[in-house]
Design a protein. Sequence first.
Length: 294
Amino acid sequence: MTPQVQRAALEAPPDLLIDPIVRAALAEDLGRAGDITAQACIDPDARLGAAFVARKGGVIAGLACARLALAALDPAAVFQERVQDGETVEAGAVLAVIEANARAALAAERVALNLLCRLSGVATLTAAYVAQVAGTRARILDTRKTTPGLRILEKYAVRRGGGSNHRFGLDDAILIKDNHVAACGGVGAAIDRARERAGHMVKIEVEVDSLDQLREALARRPTIRRPDVIMLDNFGLDALREAVALTAGQVILEASGGVDLASVRAIAETGVDYISVGALTHSAPILDIGLDAL
């Protein structure tokens, strides 16, 4: 069971951004003829009361997705939240209660649950990582290793789990990775070219895979030509500690690569500022949630 996550003043993405994702998922599920099972078995005017119930304990995220899935098929449906995104619940907790046209509720059920289970799984795993680094200066970050089409939702779920977001896309910030370095001919050359082209509002991060590359990044003169953030890729613990000492707070340090729940605490204790974890979104198991008729 993950520890209680303190709910910050975080809002879900606006319905305007979530609704197209939900509707695309519904269109995929409904296919060419709609829910032929419900059409065959249920009177068109039948009503259904039901509850979204957590089968396992965890951190909830994605209730808006369930609400919008139901509303898309029955605009008059009632959706009453019993918890809020970001809350930690026990197995058996009622998350929301609905009352709607029965055909609509059953046609929306799988899409609502797919998104709610997926996002709650991301939030729950994130909360576990955040708990592991409690008491250190390190903050847990996500990456762009997200499910295509679900990035805005999965990154929201990370925030609900107590983590922080890295960049959303390629246009958010300059992130010079190893292949950029190879194409430019070195870390220093890549940083210098980025500084020449970046606008004053654009942050620059560079990935380094050795202490020598770190020194090259720190050697930019004047110091305003240094990167804003340096990503320490697959550094061992001793190398991370040395990097923290070399940098001495001059540049934000982000540890990345091969991070898991067993290793993240030791990484945080080296003194790095951030730890990015691709597993938050690419490997989070779902949180089991069901829809039970009342």
